[in-house]
Design a protein around this ligand. Structure first.
Ligand code: ADE
Length: 425
């Protein structure tokens, strides 16, 4: 497919990268059968005709397929990055050149540019926002109250974004519907767990080329992402320590076979630290001080504040780039702490993010959430809405079918039994 932009407005690193991006987008498509079917259906049914839409996502080969689905659906869609380090520049170029989708994103953009792109997104006057971390929605509420009447709704991809939306709702400022894509079963069971699990270790290995077997890996946070990282690290032969603040999750981690302890105790033992908590300053000066020489720290949570890099930078006597995405901070004690991917999402900074096969389901949810918002325009209360269970299960059915797996269904007798209460002991 070739297309031209009517308004050639975009901001990307290098348009000449488009041919490589196109090949990589097509490659990812092989593992995204559910989203491909949605693309085809949307092209026929045009469920988003006339809708102005902003997608704030990591600009990857997988997001490209979401953007194509939105365009096929008839949306006037533009794409900005949800993280300064996650953009794949060849993908951004191909989206502009080959698919006619305006992109405002390049890898390594500074914070000021990132925020300028959020403003460009809002200048598009969206009816729907697809958000990954809630930055566009939060900026809309803080700075563009006059545009809220044009909003049909927003959809959110991450646990971090949902936590922010809940805070907005509590504060009475979320005055339109938001669809919680993160909590769909076909999203977090796979994306957060298997996606983050594999891609985080991929990022660590690409940044460092170290052996994981035999290392002490400290995983901070045992939500779905932490579970995935811990499970995959164990599978690679690492000794995994989990830190948590939630007592139930801590028991889960213990019963899953991990050692659980406070960060202060884990800090002198770890070789590699991976934060996936969604909170700030999980690793801070008192922890850096007692780490082994050469301990590596990285983050796979949404924002780059899980590791207190400001304090680390302030005490360091020297900071040098040891490899791409690998910075060595020399401490006054003579020991070094090594920071991977500037403390930003390591799986997207140093690797390519979650594999396409899981993003297939996440982005199927995003695409169908947009369709749901349009179909139910005016009928949804302000606040946070789950993805309807029928949509979630339809995505699971399509995925299973594409995997060539069939499953049992209830017999009539079982159906009756499971829906009755009269039969007991
Ligand atoms: N978030 C995590 N992995 C991703 C990917 N591959 N594409 C878009 N968003 C992501």
């Amino acid at each position: 497919m070739t297309a031209t932009l009517t308004k050639p407005e975009y901001e990307i690193k290098d348009i000449a990268l488009a041919p490589q991006g196109k090949k990589r987008i097509e490659w990812a498509g092989r593992e995204m059968p559910v989203l491909r079917q949605i693309q085809e259906r949307f092209a026929k049914e045009k469920p988003l005709a006339g809708i102005r839409l902003v997608a704030c996502c990591h600009v990857t080969t997988e997001t490209a397929h979401l953007a194509i689905a939105l365009k096929n659906a008839g949306a006037d869609a533009i794409l900005i990055a949800s993280n300064p380090l996650s953009t794949q520049d060849d993908v951004a170029a191909s989206l502009v050149v080959d698919y006619g989708i305006p992109v405002f994103a390049f890898k390594g953009e500074d914070n000021a540019t990132y925020h300028r792109h959020v403003q460009i997104a809002l200048d598009h006057r969206p009816n729907i926002i697809i958000d990954d971390g809630s930055d566009v929605t939060a900026t809309l509420i803080k700075e563009r109250q006059d545009q809220i009447s044009e909003i049909i709704g927003t959809t959110e991809e991450t646990t971090t974004g949902i936590v922010r939306l809940m805070a907005m709702f509590r504060d009475g400022v979320l005055t339109f519907p938001a669809v919680n894509v993160n909590d769909a079963d076909t999203k977090h069971f796979f994306d957060n767990r298997y996606g983050t699990g594999q891609s985080t270790l991929d990022g660590v290995v690409r940044a460092t080329n170290i052996l994981l077997a035999g290392k002490n890996i400290v995983v901070a946070g045992y939500g779905w992402c932490g579970k995935g990282v811990a499970m995959r690290a164990k599978g690679m032969g690492a000794n995994v320590i989990v830190t948590e603040i939630n007592p139930t999750r801590a028991i889960e981690a213990v019963m899953d076979g991990f050692r659980v302890m406070p960060m202060a105790e884990a800090a002198p033992q770890g070789d590699i630290f991976i934060t996936v908590t969604g909170n700030k300053h999980v690793i801070r000066p008192e922890h850096f001080d007692v780490m082994k020489d050469g301990a590596m720290v990285c983050n796979s949570g949404h924002f780059d504040l899980e590791i207190d890099l400001t304090s680390l930078g302030a005490t360091a006597t020297e900071v040098r780039e040891a490899r791409n995405f690998t910075q060595e901070y020399k401490l006054p004690s003579g020991k070094s702490v090594i920071v991977l991917g500037e403390g930003r999402l390591i799986n997207l900074a140093a690797a390519e993010g979650h594999p396409s096969a899981v993003m297939d389901m996440s982005f199927a949810n995003q695409a169908m959430a947009c369709e749901y918002l349009v179909k139910n325009k005016g009928n949804l209360e302000p606040g946070i809405h789950s993805i309807p269970v029928e949509v979630d299960q339809e995505i699971a059915r399509l995925k299973l079918a594409a995997m060539g797996i069939t499953i049992d269904s209830l017999t009539a007798d079982q159906e009756e039994y499971i829906n009755s209460w009269t039969v007991g002991t």
